[in-house]
Design a binder for this molecule. Structure first.
Ligand SMILES: Cc1cc2nc3c(=O)[nH]c(=O)nc-3n(C[C@H](O)[C@H](O)[C@H](O)COP(=O)(O)OP(=O)(O)OC[C@H]3O[C@@H](n4cnc5c(N)ncnc54)[C@H](O)[C@@H]3O)c2cc1C
Length: 416
């Protein structure tokens, strides 16, 4: 039985997949929820991702030796990494933190923290989808990490070792075996590491729509308006929106990359960068692939979805509102052809989204120190789709004062 205090209404800022899953976990506990977004639920960053839902994406972006790979990522084929000169000054301290984070002594702890958020993702999505009639949006799958140079497919590499130690079922396969799983994959790929026990979402955009509809049916109010700022009041918070002011007892910031600006108004500065990523989706590719396939060299992930075959990836640090970089479209089309030489390329759709990225690959999750009634759940970078249900569940438990096997201090906003 919840005490009345724990049932105080909650206002969630942002209806991306993080805000929606947080709403569902609170509604399951009988907490009244209002969700505010300027757009339709889940149609920003949460729309265009690669659809990977993995208990084993527990390896941060920065690893020992990552610094050695940066020149090639910036200047090599496909140039998957780029830094816009306009964000260079912000990028410097962020980049130093990022590289320091890749130290061996930090890696295990980060992987454990990530596994708390990725680990239960499949079961929690199954629970959220239950009863919607769209349970098949989530499909069992493997994550195939495909290598052109077979000698680089090494189960002793630190990232695969950590996954295996934490229970992942991994298999190294050669080219024939690989082709039996993905016949359309280019014969250029000599080997792969199969990460088993995963899932993929067949339409991340529709997933958000369906889960938001479920939240509505469970009693959530969705308001469509733009949030300008939030201010502390005697009894809680005031949310200043376009044309209206809303009073809120408890507020959770789930604004993805836009969370930074809202916090700056409160005098709180966080090292959150817009790490832009892209996809090209081919509605009539003429082929189907069976799993999530990563081209490890080019750092792109391919998946067959409801809307066609999607190739997603790239890491572009740039101002939030800068227009998409057009050359990325051609790059992704070239990468798609290199992966699947037999596919049809016409009528493709090009999309750009903004990963909300902290240097340590962990989100900000939990209460904000010194700001009673204010909570955060943002900054999930490359992992937001898979971390969403567990992040929402952990925050709902914290708000309802339930016991849990994790200390949210690891994800505190002021950890930097
Ligand atoms: C190319 C690419 C591939 C990816 N692949 C994967 C993957 O395979 N698996 C995975 O787990 N993750 C993946 N990700 C990451 C994942 O998509 C993100 O981490 C996740 O979508 C972040 O969700 P969010 O709810 O925090 O943010 P968003 O989806 O961006 O939601 C934020 C919401 O806030 C609203 N908003 C912002 N400002 C305001 C305002 N002032 N007023 C009102 N509303 C506002 C927006 O309209 C938006 O709806 C990928 C990302 C990219 C770019």
């Amino acid at each position: 039985m919840l005490s009345p205090d724990h049932q105080k209404p909650v206002t969630i800022l942002g209806a991306g997949i993080i805000g929606i899953c947080t709403a569902l976990s609170l509604l399951e506990r009988g907490v009244p929820v209002t969700v505010i977004d300027q757009g339709e639920p889940g149609q920003e960053t949460s729309l265009g991702n690669a659809g990977v839902v993995s208990p084993w994406s527990i390896i941060p972006q920065s690893l020992p030796g990552t610094w050695k790979t940066i020149p090639k990522l910036l200047l090599g084929p496909g140039r998957p990494l780029s830094i816009d000169p306009r964000v260079m000054w912000k990028m410097l301290p962020w980049g130093i933190r990022f590289l320091l984070q890749g130290r061996l002594d930090k890696l295990q702890a980060t992987a454990e923290a990530m596994s708390h958020l990725c680990g239960p993702s499949i079961e929690l999505y199954q629970r959220h989808l239950k009863g919607t009639g769209h349970e098949t949006l989530l499909r069992d799958s493997m994550y195939i990490h495909a290598f052109r140079d077979g000698t680089r497919a090494n189960l002793d590499a630190i990232d695969y070792r950590i996954r295996a130690q934490m229970g992942a079922d991994l298999e190294l396969v050669g080219s024939d075996h690989l082709r039996s799983y993905e016949p359309e994959l280019s014969p250029e790929f000599a080997a792969a590491i199969l990460i088993k026990g995963q899932a993929r979402v067949l339409s991340p955009g529709r997933l958000s729509t369906i889960l938001a509809d479920k939240a509505r049916k469970m009693g959530a109010t969705f308001k469509r308006t733009s949030i300008r700022e939030i201010c502390k009041t005697e009894s809680g918070w005031r949310v200043e929106c376009d044309g209206e002011t809303l009073a809120a007892e408890r507020v959770i910031i789930c604004l993805g990359v836009w969370s930074r600006a809202i916090l700056e108004n409160l005098g709180l500065s966080v090292p959150l960068m817009a790490e832009r990523g892209y996809h090209v989706e081919f509605p009539e590719p003429g082929i189907e692939i069976n799993h999530s396939v990563m081209d490890v060299d080019a750092k792109v992930v391919a998946s067959s979805m409801e809307g066609g075959l999607r190739i997603a990836g790239q890491a572009e640090f740039a101002p939030i509102d800068a227009p998409p970089t057009k050359r990325r479209e051609k790059q992704l089309i070239d990468l798609a052809t290199a992966l699947f030489p037999g596919m049809e390329l016409q009528h493709n759709r090009f999309w750009m989204g903004r990963r909300p990225s902290f240097p340590d690959s962990l989100p900000a999750l939990g209460p904000v120190a010194g700001q009673p009634g204010l909570f955060v759940n943002f900054g999930h970078s490359h992992y937001g789709l898979m971390m969403a249900p567990s992040s929402g569940e952990k925050l709902a438990r914290a708000l309802c004062n339930e016991r849990q096997n994790i200390n949210l201090e690891t994800f505190a906003l002021d950890r930097f």
